[in-house]
Design a protein around this ligand. Structure first.
Ligand code: SAH
Length: 235
């Protein structure tokens, strides 16, 4: 930038280009580094690692934050919400993939659509429900532009599930609830798996629930930090 006078810098062309390929801090090399960080952090599934490497996370955040998109941190996406930390997305996807049969999955809390895109690389079909109308519309447009045609975005209260497209082989929630809503268990297919954060007093735990066809078994994984579930919808 040194030596440039005001007006010389092509402001209509942002420094970070907005193609899926990315350059510099959004390049293939930077994304590969993220996959290496996730692998060091304990993510083992190679399908999950390559999905995390493939999905252009810089196109799911504001352009001003693009250079930070491949850091292993949550970032703001507006409406008081965040794009989840890559490690948490990878961890949840890994647990979902190791338990659920391939087929339709339900995501609660679309946000900017990032985790839906990662899921879409791992599962046949993704139904993603978001309560904030504007986030839902933005995510739908973004995912369509990026050609993720196997994601169906729904505006609604995700903790009611979305029975029209169920039952689901996998269900994943990106907001913490203090209970497991019965509607979600009803929409979990036999041999399906649910992964969600649960509020337990002072802490949140990631839990896994398996439907073995005759009943449900629950396991607690690790302490996590998610935004809280909010009931109802906003336009
Ligand atoms: N999946 C996102 C994470 C978004 S943060 C990602 O890829 O990064 C969690 C999201 O859950 C927020 O957008 C919030 O609006 C949404 N949310 C909270 N309560 C909800 C509810 N009851 N139904 C649907 N979405 C909800």
């Amino acid at each position: 930038m040194a030596g440039l006078k005001l007006g010389q810098y092509p402001l209509d062309k942002p420094f970070m280009n907005s193609t899926t390929q990315g350059i510099g801090m959004t390049s293939a090399r930077t994304r590969k580094r993220l996959a290496a960080i996730l692998s060091d952090a304990g993510i083992k599934n190679s399908q999950v690692l390559s999905a995390m490497q493939d999905v252009p996370r810089h196109l799911f955040v504001d352009e001003a934050l693009a250079t930070r998109a491949y850091e292993n941190t949550a970032l703001p996406i507006g409406f008081g919400q965040t794009i989840s930390q890559p490690y948490v997305v990878a961890l949840m996807c890994e647990h979902l993939l190791s338990g659920a049969r391939l087929g339709p999955v339900l995501e609660i809390g679309t946000g900017c659509g990032y985790q839906a895109a990662v899921l879409a690389k791992l599962f046949e079909k993704v139904v993603s429900v978001e309560r904030v109308g504007e986030l839902c519309r933005q995510a739908r447009d973004r995912l369509f532009t990026l050609k993720f045609y196997n994601i169906h975005c729904v505006h609604g209260d995700g903790f009611q599930g979305f029975a029209e497209r169920g039952p689901y082989n996998g269900i994943i929630a990106a907001a913490a609830s203090d209970d497991v809503p019965p509607a979600l268990l009803e929409q979990l297919a036999p041999r399906g798996r649910l992964v969600m954060p649960i509020d337990r007093g002072q802490k949140q735990s990631l839990i896994v629930i398996d439907n073995d066809g005759n009943g449900f078994t629950e396991r607690e994984l690790e302490t996590v930090k998610f935004v809280p579930r909010v009931s109802g919808v906003t336009p």
